[in-house]
Design a protein around this ligand. Structure first.
Ligand code: ASP
Length: 340
């Protein structure tokens, strides 16, 4: 099943404004007649209206989750056409919202609109469909929420948009690719999660009362206080330096400690895209540990945001959320063996 949400892949140029805006999904399909030549029965549904992915909201993720859950038994796999700007957020969100997934859900899109001759839309879509229907011993090759772009299939909750210009627009810095397409499509089963074929559970409760606090040299107390005085705030992702470090200022320590004691969940995600948070390695992270900040290890920001929304949506108690944050739930982070 193809699910159109929008994005450049399904856009065309407005002759008056020259800006790219969404087309009808049938117009997009008309540009890819090769889909009919594949040995696959394809049904397509479209969100109305199709949107630039900057317009994607958690309500879209709920709609996507519902569409997949309602059609789960009818199709072998799902390909979601989506704008690239927030695709990594959506792929991460869906990975947390779909528990016990045993069929492929593949996000894809393109950097150039489908009607442009040099567009990457056709290749991306055709390969994503091939991957979503690939089987071995009657079982799907990649029963995960993943993202295909250019020549790589990567885990959805490990993905991040890295480039606004290149066709190779996404990266998975902290986890190996699940499959690679060239002359042949090569799958890497040892990297793929094969769940037990149990009943799909759709999590549809999200809480968006979170904030991201990006640290920078010179960050001021009044700014940090303003973030923490946000009404109904339940969690703050602190985007730290390097392996999870922060300035040692006493005011910052006091602010974080106070917030933690008042039940705000604090999660440490590094500003570095590759590598992991390792609190306690440098003295500049000791205050964070003391204040009760939880390590996000090598999680992407996109995964951290969406994992928090899902966990907060289903759990009222901060202590429960903190406990659930310590372990990977969908292969979204690597926790060192001595901690597990
Ligand atoms: N602004 C577009 C979007 O995210 C960019 C793209 O699809 O590549 O919807």
């Amino acid at each position: 099943m193809l699910i159109f949400t929008g994005g450049t892949v399904s856009m065309g140029e407005n002759p008056d404004t020259k800006a790219l805006e969404p087309l009808d999904h049938k117009q997009v399909l008309a540009y890819i007649p090769e889909l009919q030549m594949m040995d696959v029965n394809i049904a397509s549904v479209s969100f109305n209206p199709l949107v630039d992915s900057s317009e994607i909201k958690p309500t879209t993720w709920i709609k996507l989750t519902e569409t997949i859950a309602q059609n789960y038994d009818l199709y072998d796999g799902f390909v979601i056409l989506h704008g690239t700007d927030t695709m990594a957020y959506s792929a991460s969100a869906l990975s947390f919202m779909l528990e016990n997934l045993s069929k492929p859900v593949i996000f894809t899109g393109s950097q150039l609109p489908v009607r442009v001759l040099r567009s990457d839309a056709k290749e991306n879509l055709l390969t994503a469909v091939e991957m979503a229907t690939a089987e071995h011993n009657n079982l799907p090759m990649v029963p995960e929420v993943s993202l295909f772009f250019e020549d790589e299939l990567i885990r959805g909750n490990r993905s991040t948009k890295k480039n606004t210009e290149n066709f190779d627009a996404f990266a998975s810095y902290n986890y190996p690719v699940l499959a690679k397409s060239g002359v042949h499509i090569k799958y890497f089963p040892s990297e793929i999660h094969y769940g037990k074929n149990t009943t799909l559970i759709a999590h549809k409760q999200l809480d968006t009362n979170i904030a991201i606090l990006k640290l920078f040299p010179g960050i001021q107390e009044k700014f940090v206080n303003a973030v923490f005085s946000t009404e109904n705030l339940r969690a703050v992702i602190i985007e730290t330096f390097g392996t999870g470090n922060a300035p040692k200022d006493e005011w910052l320590y006091r602010c974080l400690k106070r917030a933690n004691e008042a039940g705000t969940v604090l999660l440490n995600i590094s500003q570095c895209r590759a590598g992991s948070v390792e609190m306690g390695r440098y003295e500049t992270s000791l205050n964070l540990l003391k204040a009760g900040v939880i390590s996000g290890y090598d999680m992407t920001l996109e995964a951290a945001v969406t994992k928090l929304m899902v966990l907060l949506g289903e759990n009222d108690r901060a202590e429960t959320v903190k406990e659930l944050l310590r372990y990977p739930i969908r292969g979204e982070m690597t926790v060192p063996e001595n901690v597990l």
